[in-house]
Write a protein of this length. Structure first.
Length: 735
């Protein structure tokens, strides 16, 4: 029967959900493998890795992704052998399993794109053969030797025997279809274990058409499976259906009493029992339907109980099916507290909240202009509710950065082994939350910084020991909230930045003068110039400084700042400071010559009234002023943007700060706090220095959002250059 549009849409949604879940399972699998290298006896960790591989294989089988199923089955078998203790952990095995994890990702990528690559299939064959070889006992090896799998007998048949005919009795519950189960998918998946030699479906429980629930399931079936697999492997096929399906599995050597117990336990109608008995006779057991069903299933003997109980799956070799089901129920209860939402739906919600913020500001302004107290009070209440809705909506997009940090464990492991170094990764502050869009964008800059530290920061063990350091290097990722921003630090205890080498390279390239005085921070910032590198030898992994300009540019594109601190021989720390969100911020509104500007509120320290003569010097854009015994630079925004001040007499100074310094911004008028919906600038204005974006005020006017870090850097450079020129002129006049 051809598939209609609704069915196709449901299948597409289910497939997308599978791919998302598979991505999560791959991350869990990789994390478990990395822990296994340091804690091979951690049984819970091994179980987690096995469950991740098994879930991927089982769900892929339901969708008919045979390439994923075939390869992941090899991985699952190896993980099962590790759990059973018949295969010993080793560095070689860990490396092979990590390669297998990458191969599973490639196979899932083919599912996503709908294409197939012969090289991916070849890699599956190669890695699959290597995994299978691990499970083969070596020649002459004893049954107890590490890495050798002894011959294990399955239920009712010896390992060396041929395939046996298993009998499966399945009764799907009325809510099976509503739960997303596809009975045909389970039958199709059994074909990977062997051959379905016969099948009989039961339709006696289908109600009359007038009473039929189209979404209900009334399906039951008995089938014969010819396979060499054991009971646990067959039962695992139905792991995802055990809550919505009554499952009974009889071994090939099942007795007549076991078949009779099965017949008594299915609670069949008289017609169904007669047909069922005839079916079992065809299997080879001459049975006759009893005149009446037994009073209770508890009449079955203890030997038969294991045959007719619902599906039980091995858990760490103990067979604790009841405990596993209880744990599964608890996990599902926890999962029920979460719901997956498409990112574009969240983005749409944030956009609507932003428009609501603008409309609320407009309503407040109108109420103030009309001078209606009751309307003003109502709009103030609406304003408070909109602010709560804004905070709640933004919270929906906040995710812990720990997931991004965890990805670097694999990077540190692979790169350090490739370089022959021993490096430990320390992660703190992983529960710190930030906007999801920023998490995705910051991953590449963090990757570059981590690889730089591994390649050129941390020394080899012999060199570290010669310097009195521990042989194992330390690389740390740390995140925390501070002053309305999120701070991410990447630090190592390696060589540090060589100030002398950086200066020589900068002079050689003409970036600075030979006698130009520079602070340590200014020297460190030189490595962020395009193409700047002090590495004596370029490697495939990184080069200290190569690409650092891209890192800084990407961070600044997020309205962030990057600050370097380094000490020769002691290590380097790169600090990245980012706003909590890129959508809606609390700002401080000011005016300069009729133009409105917004400063992010977290950057504002205080507001100060300034005398008119403070900035009276013609052509002076910036300078220094004294504030309670502290000398600070200032920037006249009107002159910085090439305008004359629109305010006569006294003006105001807005003191702002960055991670490294404080600067005063001279403005004409202060207008107070303002909820700011960030709008991007048109492409032709993106390179304007000092402007980070725009917003719409309640009056409909456009206000520009100031890029405080860029303004501070410009102010310091301009003021420092002015002071140097003044000092040079003074020395010249004295000569």
């Amino acid at each position: 029967m051809p598939m209609n549009d609704d069915d196709a849409e449901i299948i597409a949604a289910a497939r997308e959900g599978f791919l998302e879940e598979a991505g999560d399972m791959l991350r869990q699998f990789e994390q478990a493998l990395l822990v296994m290298e340091t804690s091979p006896q951690d049984t819970e960790n091994l179980n987690a890795a096995f469950r991740a591989a098994h879930t991927i294989k089982g769900t892929a089988g339901l969708f008919g992704f045979d390439a994923v199923v075939a390869f992941t089955h090899n991985v699952e078998s190896v993980m099962d052998a590790l759990r059973e203790g018949t295969l010993a952990p080793s560095d070689t095995l860990s490396a092979l399993l990590l390669q297998s994890r990458d191969q599973m990702e490639h196979l899932l990528g083919e599912v996503t794109t709908g294409t197939s690559d012969p090289s991916v299939a070849a890699d599956s064959q190669r890695l699959g053969a290597a995994l299978a070889a691990l499970l083969q006992p070596t020649a002459g090896a004893s049954a107890t030797s590490p890495g050798a799998l002894p011959a294990q007998a399955s239920d009712g048949q010896a390992a060396e025997a041929g395939p046996g005919r298993w009998h499966l009795c399945l009764r799907f519950g009325p809510d099976a279809l509503r739960s997303g189960l596809d009975p045909l998918a389970f039958i199709r998946y059994l074909g990977h274990l062997g051959q379905v030699v016969d099948m009989h479906t039961w339709h006696e429980r289908v109600p009359p058409l007038a009473e039929l629930d189209a979404e209900g399931c009334h399906l039951g079936m008995d089938l014969g499976l010819l396979t060499t697999a054991d009971r646990a492997t067959i039962a695992a096929v139905f792991e995802f259906a055990e809550d919505d399906c009554d499952i009974h599995i009889l071994a090939p050597d099942a007795s007549a009493a076991e078949f009779q117990a099965l017949l008594d336990s299915v609670n069949a109608t008289p017609a169904e029992r007669e047909a069922h008995a005839a079916l079992l006779q065809a299997v080879g057991c001459a049975l006759h339907a009893p005149p009446a069903p037994p009073p209770a299933v508890t009449a079955v003997t203890a030997a038969d109980e294991q045959v007719i109980t619902p599906l039980e799956r091995r858990d760490n070799g103990t067979g604790g099916g009841t405990d596993r089901r209880a744990a599964e129920a608890g996990r599902r209860s926890n999962d029920a507290k979460f719901i997956r939402v498409r990112a574009d739906k969240l983005d749409k919600l944030i956009d609507l909240i932003g428009e609501l913020v603008i409309a609320s500001s407009g309503a407040q302004l109108a109420a103030q202009q009309e001078g209606a107290p009751r309307v003003a009070e109502a709009t103030l209440r609406i304003h408070d509710l909109v602010q709560e809705a804004r905070d709640g909506a933004l919270g929906l997009r906040m995710v812990p950065i720990g997931e991004t940090f965890q990805r670097f464990q694999r990077v540190v492991r692979d790169v350090s082994k490739a370089l022959g170094k021993d490096v430990a990764l320390q992660i703190t502050g992983g529960d710190t939350e930030m906007d999801k869009s920023m998490v995705e964008t910051i991953a590449d800059p963090l990757m570059h910084l981590v690889r730089n530290s591994l390649d050129h920061g941390v020394e080899p063990a012999a060199e570290r020991l010669a310097q009195g350091k521990p042989g194992q290097g330390q690389l740390a990722l740390h995140a925390y909230h501070e002053s309305g921003s999120i701070v991410i630090e990447v630090s190592d205890d390696g060589r540090g930045l060589d100030r002398g080498r950086i200066l020589r390279k900068a002079i050689e390239r003409g970036l600075i003068g030979a006698d130009q005085p520079l602070s340590d921070n200014e020297v460190h910032q030189l490595i962020c110039h395009p193409g700047f590198s002090t590495a004596e030898q370029v490697t495939d992994i990184s080069g200290r400084g190569v690409g650092m300009d891209v890192v800084k540019r990407n961070i600044e594109a997020l309205r962030g700042q990057m600050h370097l601190v380094s000490e020769a021989g002691r290590g380097t720390t790169t600090q990245i400071r980012l706003p909590l969100t890129l959508a809606i911020i609390d700002g401080f509104l000011c005016e300069v010559n009729g133009v409105h500007y917004v400063v992010p509120l977290e950057a504002v320290v205080e507001c100060i009234e300034t005398p008119g003569e403070f900035h009276a010097e013609p052509g002076r854009i910036s300078g220094y002023f004294h504030l309670r015994g502290e000398m600070l630079p200032y920037l006249d925004l009107a002159r910085y943007f090439g305008q004359a001040s629109g305010q006569d007499g006294r003006r105001s100074l807005l003191l702002v700060r960055t991670s490294t310094s404080k600067v005063g911004l001279i403005v004409d008028r202060l207008q107070g706090e303002h909820q700011t919906v960030i709008k991007p600038l048109a492409p032709m204005f993106r390179d304007v220095q000092g402007i980070a974006g725009s917003t719409i005020l309640g009056s409909g006017e456009v206000a520009l959002i100031l890029d405080v870090p860029a303004l501070v850097d410009q102010c310091i450079r301009t003021s420092l250059g002015s002071r140097l020129r003044s000092a040079a002129a003074l020395l010249t006049s004295r000569d």
